[in-house]
Write a protein that binds this ligand. Structure first.
Ligand code: ADP
Ligand code: MG
Length: 351
């Protein structure tokens, strides 16, 4: 994979930068700027080397970037004009999600090189992520380098001392991570709805707890009695619903962190939006920080939970990728990374 640190002089060049501005918007205002501020270094890198930068991104919270432009300028430390321009929300064009070549041609018009710095959309085969890379010399931005370096460092390290915490909802995106990481980690500790799914498949009483209809299918191929798979032994319940891990589980999960040298965490342990079910998530956050282990945390809700505790900056690495981080940890090839040549080295080994 070529990355922009190989590019020094960009005078006279126009760069199409696929960036990540997919942030929550409340009352017309950017509610959480983390993803935008993580783009700043790459924008600065390109501008300071003389490039004209055309920013392309999508946003789900609002239809258009137009009313957000003053905030974006402030967060990025740029003024939109000649040197830096912003293309309208790419997902307004039906070609974006279809990975359409003619939309890709529209995007690259007038540009000399393509830089992808939107790690969080690399698991999506969209035009501004994949098709454009076939049309111009393509490079990874600084953030994509950082994200892939951090996650691959974790995956490639020896299993001993590695702990993965998985919680939250959307079990269909989490089960593949458990399946892939179980053999590569010392322990995989599971909370949230995925833990309910495991209970259900084990035939335990889940009462009214939330589970996935296809729990058995999601967990197929995973040995639920594997000693490396650590599941809750107690829960905090309300109206027959398990809504958080219980105190014994929180203590047992925390003990795993204390002995770990590297930790990845995605997914709150319970329904953290209600303070009564935040205890497990809070315990895990504190345990990870206290362990002194290299720590990687990701997922929109997980970051929100940790941030509300004021603990986010205590983690070694905060990933901007929710789904992309999970796909990476599940051992999948991400289309956006593939388009940048990230997997080329591995492919050359297969005849
Ligand atoms: P992330 O965005 O960090 O990847 P998810 O979106 O997968 O996390 O999951 C977060 C959601 O999971 C939260 O809304 C939380 O309330 C919910 N959740 C976690 N555990 C439970 C539980 N036991 N029962 C119901 N909801 C839960
Ligand atoms: Mg979420």
């Amino acid at each position: 994979m070529k990355s922009i640190d190989q590019l020094q002089d960009l005078k006279g060049m126009t760069v199409l930068l696929r960036t990540d501005f997919d942030v929550p918007v409340v009352n017309g205002s950017i509610a959480e700027p983390f993803r935008i501020t993580r783009q700043k270094a790459t924008v600065e890198y390109l501008v300071s080397r003389g490039a004209k930068v055309v920013l392309a991104a999508h946003i789900s919270a609002v239809p258009s970037f137009e009313p957000l432009k003053p905030q974006l300028e402030q967060l990025l430390g740029v003024t939109f004009g000649d040197a830096v321009t912003l293309v309208e929300n790419t997902r307004l064009n039906p070609g974006e999600e279809k990975n359409d070549t003619s939309f890709a041609h529209e995007l690259v018009a007038g540009c000399d090189i393509y830089v992808n710095n939107a790690f969080a959309v690399c698991h999506r085969p969209h035009a501004s992520v994949v098709a454009v890379a076939g049309l111009l010399p393509s490079y990874a931005g600084l953030l994509i380098k950082e994200e892939t370096d951090a996650l691959s460092k974790f995956i490639d390290a020896p299993a001993k001392g590695k702990v993965v915490y998985m919680g939250g909802a959307k079990a269909s995106t989490k089960a593949p991570v458990v399946r892939h990481m179980i053999a590569k980690a010392e322990f995989v500790a599971v909370g949230g709805i995925l833990a309910n799914d495991i209970y259900k498949v084990l035939g335990r009483d889940i009462a009214q707890s939330q589970v996935d209809d296809n729990a058995a299918e999601l967990l197929e191929g995973l040995d639920l009695h594997d000693p490396r798979l650590v599941i809750p032994t107690d829960a905090i319940t309300e109206n027959g619903q398990m809504l958080d891990i219980g105190p014994h589980t929180a203590a047992a999960f925390s003990a795993l962190a204390a002995a770990a040298s590297m930790i990845v965490w995605n997914g709150p342990m319970g329904r953290f939006e209600d303070a009564r079910f935040m205890t497990g998530t809070e315990a895990i956050a504190h345990a990870i920080i206290a362990s002194g282990a290299l720590s990687i945390v990701g997922g929109g809700d997980t970051i929100r939970a940790v941030d509300s505790l004021g603990l986010l900056e205590k983690f070694t690495f905060v990933s901007t990728g929710g789904g992309a981080m999970l796909a990476f940890l599940a051992g999948e090839q991400l289309p956006g990374l593939k388009a940048l040549g990230y997997y080329d080295h591995d492919e050359s080994k297969t005849p």
